[in-house]
Design a protein around this ligand. Structure first.
Ligand code: ADP
Ligand code: DP6
Ligand code: CO
Length: 324
């Protein structure tokens, strides 16, 4: 009853931003991501007779409060499928900054879902695992697979048609991503509450929704054609549209720091110098930069020279769930 699973984070190129059902985590739009080799979570879950509650250790420290409740209520869901009443000991390590906009909830819940279901002997195929993982954190349903992955929003009320679908494996196209670390501090507004506030109050939200289907079609075409400029420019503009919705929310907010904008300008400057590079930003201040292998040295040097950049982590496309 003890299983270790490894899941890689994924960064959305077409963002998931908004829920139509908060309990089942059903999105208002489909999204598309790249799974990354350089950022991941390893989680060991063990169901035990001697525990009177779940125990959640993250990066060597016992977790309490909101993050504990989120994990424990997610385990209740998994337990309901297996009819076990045993509590679990969860030991997880994030090789990614936690709650800083590097998608720790994606690798975290994918590793948890995979290790817990296997520890209970549940036989799930990838689609079933993606559906279950989605209910821990929406973005996590894409981390079941490597490479480019689409989360098809689905139409059904029970969520049975809302899951990740592999578009191209990690070996299909060597597109790289640099994680530009400005701060590893926990963000003030979680992804969950930020998207809710935006859906509920931002007058720009309808414009966002209307624009996603085209972006998604076009970026899938860019992947099919291996057209990097098309891929990058769609990803960059989709990210800017998502972040624009937060400025019009009530109360308004932004995930950006002044240094976030500095990195965005540096990426646009690289393009002016003829180096194809594009940025995307999730719910957090840190920036991810898309580039091709032949530009790696120049992109890395340019990013490292920006004031306030504390680290630049270079990553290739990464694999889906593995069991250790
Ligand atoms: P991020 O940008 O890192 O995904 P979110 O606000 O979406 O930020 O989610 C962060 C939350 O995800 C954490 O506060 C915690 O509740 C949960 N989380 C992060 N890592 C793990 C993990 N390894 N196992 C379980 N839950 C995790
Ligand atoms: C901006 O999956 O972290 O990173 O479903 O509430 O757990 P919950 O939110 P989460 O949201 C991710 C938002 C995003 C875009 C994306 O990853 O698609
Ligand atoms: Co998240």
């Amino acid at each position: 009853m003890r299983v270790t699973a490894k899941a890689h984070t994924n960064i959305a190129l077409i963002k998931y931003w908004g829920k139509r059902n908060e309990k089942l985590i059903l999105p208002t739009n489909s999204s598309l991501s790249l799974t990354l080799d350089g950022f991941y979570t390893v989680t060991t879950t063990e169901f035990r007779d001697d525990l009177s509650k779940d125990v959640f250790i993250l990066n060597g420290k016992e977790v309490e409060g909101e993050a504990y409740e989120r994990v424990s209520s997610y385990l209740d869901l998994i337990r309901s499928y297996s009819k076990t009443e045993r509590y679990a000991h969860i030991d997880s390590t994030n090789e990614v900054p936690t709650a800083a906009g590097f998608a720790s909830s994606a690798s975290g819940f994918a590793a948890l879902a995979a290790s817990a279901t296997k520890a209970l002997g549940l036989q799930l195929d990838d689609k079933e695992l993606s559906i279950l993982t989605r209910q821990g954190s929406g973005s996590a349903c894409r981390s079941i697979y490597g490479g480019f992955v689409e989360w098809q929003m689905g139409e059904k009320e029970d969520g049975s048609d809302s899951y990740g679908v592999p578009i191209a494996s990690e070996n299909y196209w060597d597109v790289r991503m640099a994680g530009v670390v400005l701060t590893a501090k926990t963000k003030k507004v979680s992804s969950r509450s930020g998207m809710k506030r935006t859906v509920d109050t931002s007058p720009y939200y309808s414009g966002w929704l209307a624009s996603v289907p085209n972006d998604l079609e076009n970026i899938k075409e860019a992947i099919r054609e291996k057209d990097f400029e098309k891929l990058g420019s769609i990803a960059e503009s989709n990210c800017l549209k998502m972040h624009a919705t937060t400025l019009a929310a009530n109360p308004p907010f932004t995930y950006w720091l002044d240094s976030t904008v500095r990195v965005m300008h540096a990426v646009q400057q690289l393009r002016e110098e003829g180096i194809p590079a594009y940025f995307t930003i999730d719910a957090g201040p840190n920036v991810k930069v898309l580039y091709l292998p032949e530009s790696e040295a120049k992109v890395a040097a340019a990013l490292k020279s920006i004031p306030d950049v504390t680290d630049v982590i270079l990553s290739k496309p990464g694999p889906g769930i593995t069991y250790l």
